[in-house]
Ligand binder design. Sequence first.
Ligand SMILES: NC(=O)c1ccc[n+]([C@@H]2O[C@H](COP(=O)([O-])OP(=O)(O)OC[C@H]3O[C@@H](n4cnc5c(N)ncnc54)[C@H](OP(=O)(O)O)[C@@H]3O)[C@@H](O)[C@H]2O)c1
Length: 247
Amino acid sequence: MILILGGTTEASALARLLAARPEIPALLSLAGRTRQPATPPIAHRIGGFGGIEGLTRFLAEHGVAAVVDATHPFADQISVHALAACRENGTPLLALRRPPWQAVAGDRWTEVADAAEAARALGSTPRRVFLTVGRLELDAFLDAPQHDYLVRTVDPPDRLPPRARLILARGPFAEDDERRLLVEARIEVVATKNSGGSATYGKIAAARALGLPVVLMRRPEAPEVPAVETAEAAMAWIEGVVGARRR
Ligand SMILES: NC(=O)c1ccc[n+]([C@@H]2O[C@H](COP(=O)([O-])OP(=O)(O)OC[C@H]3O[C@@H](n4cnc5c(N)ncnc54)[C@H](OP(=O)(O)O)[C@@H]3O)[C@@H](O)[C@H]2O)c1
């Protein structure tokens, strides 16, 4: 069985490719953070494994032939766990990771290491901020309560900074809609993560078009594992693993 660690657009795309290949048994694993995830087209499970030990045991007990780590580039813990568990069991591991966005002419980015640094980078003068860092990173902005935030998340956050308005929405987001949103809300700065991919790039392109600065959280260091950027490339790798086991 092939285990896909998911929670991303790329993992969903790979699941769709695998759904068309029923002779390759595969299981998609989701962390369970999204309250109403779309129903995957292949077998799936939801919830943590219980650390490195739990995942190591899971791989052995389920006879996992290979793992594709298609988790989000900011989900750094599960990727470290996947590497350790696969090493322990001698299980082949591939990372399916979309490349980060690269600045182009007209972008006004301040790159920062994490949410705390992003909150500081907004400065002491109150500004109108479009904040899309994910609901689990919002607490850092409680320390910068002087700003007016327009916060967008998929699921409702537990806490918000005091001067915040919340939009609940799931991408993809088109550049034109993002531009309209930024104008209507009189946004002065965008604070977000360098997620990469096209689904959430609209706000980056819209900020550039409007000449707005962007405070951009850099990705955490990814473990050194073979990596591809597309679901098709991951599928080709899976076919290679399956073929090698049959020979
Ligand atoms: N971080 C983001 O910005 C972001 C954005 C979009 C989507 N996501 C998705 O949301 C999920 C959680 O992200 P995170 O940043 O909280 O992860 P994380 O910090 O790397 O992982 C925290 C714990 O969540 C569990 N976990 C994470 N991904 C899992 C998966 N695919 N299947 C089963 N368990 C999983 C593991 O629990 P155990 O130790 O108990 O195994 C892991 O130790 C991931 O699937 C990721 O792809 C994250």
